[in-house]
Write a protein that binds this ligand. Structure first.
Ligand code: NAD
Length: 381
């Protein structure tokens, strides 16, 4: 069978779901590979590099979709792309089914199978397919690089002939996958790094990376991450107030704030208020990785960089992985390749859509003309 990757049609998207390396691995699973001409260019992969890896080049999107049995892409399909699906095709992409119900219904009505990479269960066995973590890792790294690019000083402290330079102070709010990547990048650049999360179990990880965990003077409530599958829940008003009071105390002294705090299926909690921005020194930088879900900072404008009257830069870009398209395409294509490995137990180029498999079932949102989202709760072993 044939796996095809089209050029992404979403405006400004630079990533691509197949790389020459991933294509070589897919061929070892028995598949033929095809890519739309120019699909990899923005990520640094020319048609010639694909051809050298044995990939056929399709001249148009229409011919790519027509000749592929399995279509691997990054963004959810456009309506026009979904119209090209047929009962014998499988689509693999990010999909965000909870927010894209009509699109999901359209794909199911075509009889196609759809695997949503954002629905891969976050269990140990599926880590190699966990594209959300791959992209969050890149976003966390890039947030620090972006902050540095907009900050007028060094991260690390220096003693030079021309004088002593103090280290930058960085606060990372939310220590999930993106937050931990930001912490690691910040400490490796030499900044004094603080981090806060409502889940106390991450304190050890934060400290092992050379950062300081910010504790609240608040004994009564600590979130039990294990009770919510490792994710945060909404904080009590008292806890939230104590958190804001702590941030208010830190704001005048912090140079760079990276916010990554999210609660599944909700708007991002507002954690960095207008008065905190006003209390920061001119030249300080805020990078709000929660911008797409409303932002953790009150003043964030999604997809924009703004500078406040008191000289604080606030970055609300929502496309950090696309800004590092070579890296993100490489990791995403590898996540897809691992998904194909699980779908092809005989390595014979024939996918077996085993709905008894927890990972395949969890990620499948349309199959055999039915919408199969949401998946049933995981089986208790
Ligand atoms: P996320 O993107 O949903 O949230 C980011 C972080 O924000 C989380 O650490 C959360 O606790 C924190 N947060 C929420 N509200 C906050 C607040 N008010 N103040 C400060 N911080 C707040 O998280 P994620 O990166 O997707 O990771 C969530 C969990 O999933 C973690 O336990 C992680 O270890 C786990 N995980 C497991 C796997 C796996 O096993 N395959 C993969 C990835 C993540």
């Amino acid at each position: 069978m044939k796996i095809g990757t089209p050029k992404e049609v979403f405006d400004g998207e630079n990533r691509v779901a197949m790389t020459p390396d991933s294509a070589l691995q897919l061929q070892k699973l028995g598949y033929d590979c095809v890519i739309e001409t120019g699909a990899g260019l923005a990520a640094g992969f020319s048609d010639a590099t694909y051809e050298a890896a044995g990939v056929e080049i399709a001249a148009t999107a229409a011919s790519l979709w027509q000749e592929s049995n399995i279509i691997a892409k990054v963004r959810p399909p456009s309506d026009a792309e979904a119209e090209w699906l047929t009962a014998d095709k499988t689509l693999i992409s990010f999909f965000y089914p909870a927010s894209n119900k009509e699109l999901m219904d359209l794909c199911a009505s075509k009889g196609a199978s759809v695997i949503a990479m954002d629905m891969v269960p976050r269990i140990s066995r599926a880590q190699k397919m966990d594209a959300l973590s791959s992209m969050a890792n890149i976003a966390g790294y890039r947030a620090v690089i972006e902050a540095g690019n907009n900050f007028g000083r060094f991260f690390t402290g220096q003693i030079t002939a021309a004088g002593k330079v103090p280290p930058a102070k960085v606060l990372v709010v939310g220590a999930g996958v993106a937050g931990l990547a930001a912490i690691g990048t910040s400490t490796s650049l030499g900044a004094i790094t603080y981090a806060f999360d409502v889940r106390p179990e991450v304190a050890e990880q934060v400290e092992s990376m050379g950062a300081e965990f910010v504790y609240l003077d608040f004994e009564e409530e600590q979130q039990d991450g294990a009770a919510t599958g490792g994710y945060a829940a909404v904080s009590s008003p008292e806890f939230a107030a104590a958190q804001l009071a702590k941030f208010r105390e830190l704001a005048p002294d912090i140079d760079i704030v990276i916010t990554t705090a999210l609660i599944p299926n909700r708007e991002a909690p507002e954690l960095w208020t207008e008065d905190m921005v006003k209390a920061m020194k001119p030249g300080s930088v805020i990078v709000d990785l929660a911008a797409e879900r409303g932002g953790n900072c009150k003043l964030t404008v999604p997809d924009e960089k703004i500078v406040t009257d008191n000289g604080v830069t606030i970055i609300g870009y929502t496309d950090f992985p696309s800004r590092m398209a070579t890296q993100s395409s490489t990791l995403y294509a590898t996540n897809i390749r691992h998904m194909m490995t699980d779908l092809t137990p005989e390595k014979d180029g024939n996918p077996v859509h085993n709905m008894e498999d927890d990972v395949i079932r969890g990620a499948t949102i349309a199959h055999a003309s039915e919408v199969t989202f949401p998946p049933p709760p995981p089986k208790v072993k």
